[in-house]
Write a protein that binds this ligand. Structure first.
Ligand code: SAM
Length: 293
């Protein structure tokens, strides 16, 4: 991994740096670079390196360990899809948990649902929440809502300690390295299953079908062996490796594909829609192949 997320671009004849770029090594052989307007924040938290920069292309950007987490320009795709597909599959979701997601984007989407009485965020790194509140108000704006409870704790522990509690659990995590590693394992999915109410739903971000071709079937098979129903769905997030992104759902009872989309509420969304609710489960053959293994 490239240790320097920010590096100088062109240097003029007087040796003055003309521009700065932020760069993520998305694979060993590929990186995405965005020209930076200004670097706003950089610190080592107890868990990871946290950076906030303003970019020309995607607006404000949050990076953890030099990996793009979210940007103001494309966050809506990810946060709407990780939240509404599951919530709109349930008849009456009341209590929802987000594991990770310290930027607050998933919480902002969850509280658009009138039936939700309580949304709990369990983020391991309090510094991510602080930075999001200070630098990303468009994304973190719902974290102070009275229906929201914010806990700084390990999501793995929280899920283990709360049985039969949540109608929906969203795993809005970093990549499967560091503190998030355990969020991608069968033991965790079993605890998630047990933390859900009897018809509960679980959705996790599960990486790229181009670059995570072993991880996705492993997760899908684990979820399918624990939940009566497993489904994979897709969305396009331009700043994530390859753009095309997977989400894996485990459901105890309700099938998202059988939802009557003519009855879905208007949630004031920019990517998710009733039609997208249906089409996001239509998988190209190369993705179907992945989960047939
Ligand atoms: N949308 C993002 C992506 O896919 O790149 C994820 C964003 S969100 C900022 C991910 C959060 O998960 C990070 O803030 C990280 O600290 C948190 N996290 C990682 N492991 C965790 C754990 N075990 N418990 C709770 N939160 C965790």
């Amino acid at each position: 991994k490239n240790k320097l997320a920010i590096f100088p671009g062109e240097v003029d004849k007087g040796g003055i740096i003309m521009d700065l770029w932020v760069s993520e090594m998305q694979t060993a052989d590929m990186r995405i670079s965005c020209r930076v307007i200004k670097s706003l924040h950089s610190e080592m938290t107890p868990f990871q390196k946290l950076m906030v920069v303003d970019t020309h292309q995607f607006g404000r950007m949050l990076l953890l360990d030099n990996i793009i987490q979210t940007t103001v320009a494309d966050e809506f795709v990810y946060h709407e899809m990780i939240s509404h597909v599951g919530l709109n599959t349930l008849p009456n979701p009341r209590k929802v948990l987000v594991v990770g997601g310290g930027d607050g984007g998933s919480i902002r989407e969850i509280i658009k649902h009138k039936s939700v009485e309580k949304a709990v965020l369990v983020e391991i790194d309090g510094k991510v929440i602080e930075a999001a509140k200070k630098y990303l108000p468009e994304i973190s704006c719902a974290l102070d809502d009275p229906r929201v409870e914010v806990l700084v704790d390990d999501g793995i522990k929280h899920v283990k300690e709360n049985k039969n509690t949540y109608d929906m659990i969203i795993v809005d995590s970093t990549d499967p390295i560091g503190p998030a590693e355990g969020l991608f394992g069968a033991a965790f999915y079993q605890d998630v299953h047990d933390a859900l109410t009897e018809d509960g739903i679980f959705v996790a971000q599960t990486e790229s079908p181009f670059f995570n071709r072993e991880l996705i079937p492993r997760i899908y098979n684990d979820v399918a062996s624990i939940f009566p129903l497993a489904r994979l769905f897709l969305a396009n997030v331009p700043t994530y490796p390859g753009g095309l992104w997977t989400f894996t759902m485990g459901s105890k009872k309700h099938d998202p594909v059988k939802v009557d989309i003519s009855k879905l509420p208007d949630l004031n969304t920019r990517f998710y829609s009733p039609e997208i609710h249906r089409t996001c489960f239509v998988l190209p053959p190369f993705v179907q192949e992945l989960i047939k293994k």
